[in-house]
Design a protein around this ligand. Structure first.
Ligand code: GLN
Length: 194
């Protein structure tokens, strides 16, 4: 769990909630390159992508994390985390960067002021029942590349997507007690580590 800024505590709880004796999850907070070297998968939380960008640089994590991602580290990016993984940020601040791990062009705060925050019951590919999705100043995926698999959309806009070991959501799956998307991520991360 990247724990530099933002909504990481609730993600930790979700990961602890789905840990079982058959498939234990040793959820850890990552703030240093040494801690990063010890993990098999990583969640990038929501928060403020510009702030997280800066802290990635000052913590010395930018380069080693870029390296791990290039090597296929399974990663789940939510909201600001999705921005940090997208190939293109349409309205970046000059001091902000992305790891370019999924073929998306995203616009920060893309839902505008009026509907900056909202909730929907979201049908998700592979889940029997809808997932209550909480959007908070969420990014919009304005372009979605061919290699990206869309798992859920709201009004035609993709909001949950996957490309290889990279899973992204423009909403906050950690804010509801439902941990099925964390389960989906962990299951695919275990499969990827083979
Ligand atoms: N608007 C934020 C950003 O640009 C993301 C909001 C969130 O993560 N809830 O980083």
């Amino acid at each position: 769990m990247l724990a530099l800024q933002g909504a990481f505590a609730r993600h930790m709880s979700a990961l602890e909630q789905i840990s079982t004796s058959e498939r234990p999850i040793d959820a850890r907070e990552v703030r240093t390159p040494e801690q990063l070297a010890d993990v098999d998968a990583l969640v990038l939380p929501g928060g403020e992508s510009t702030t997280i960008s800066k802290l990635l640089v000052t913590s010395g994590l930018r380069e080693p994390l870029g390296q791990r991602l290039a090597e296929g580290l399974p990663v789940f990016g939510t909201c600001a985390g999705m921005i940090l993984l997208s190939d293109e940020i349409l309205d970046p601040r000059s001091d902000q960067f992305s790891f370019e791990q999924i073929d998306l062009s995203v616009r920060r705060n893309g839902y505008g002021r009026q509907i900056a925050s909202f909730e929907v019951d979201l049908p998700v590919d592979g889940l029997d029942e809808a997932f209550r999705a909480v959007f908070i100043r969420a990014p919009i995926a304005e372009r979605v590349g061919d290699k990206v698999e869309v798992l859920a959309s709201v009004d035609g806009t993709p909001v949950l997507m996957r490309q290889n070991n990279v899973l992204v959501a423009s909403f906050h799956p950690e804010l509801t007690p439902d941990a099925r998307l964390h389960e989906l991520f962990v299951t695919s991360a275990v499969a990827a580590s083979g």
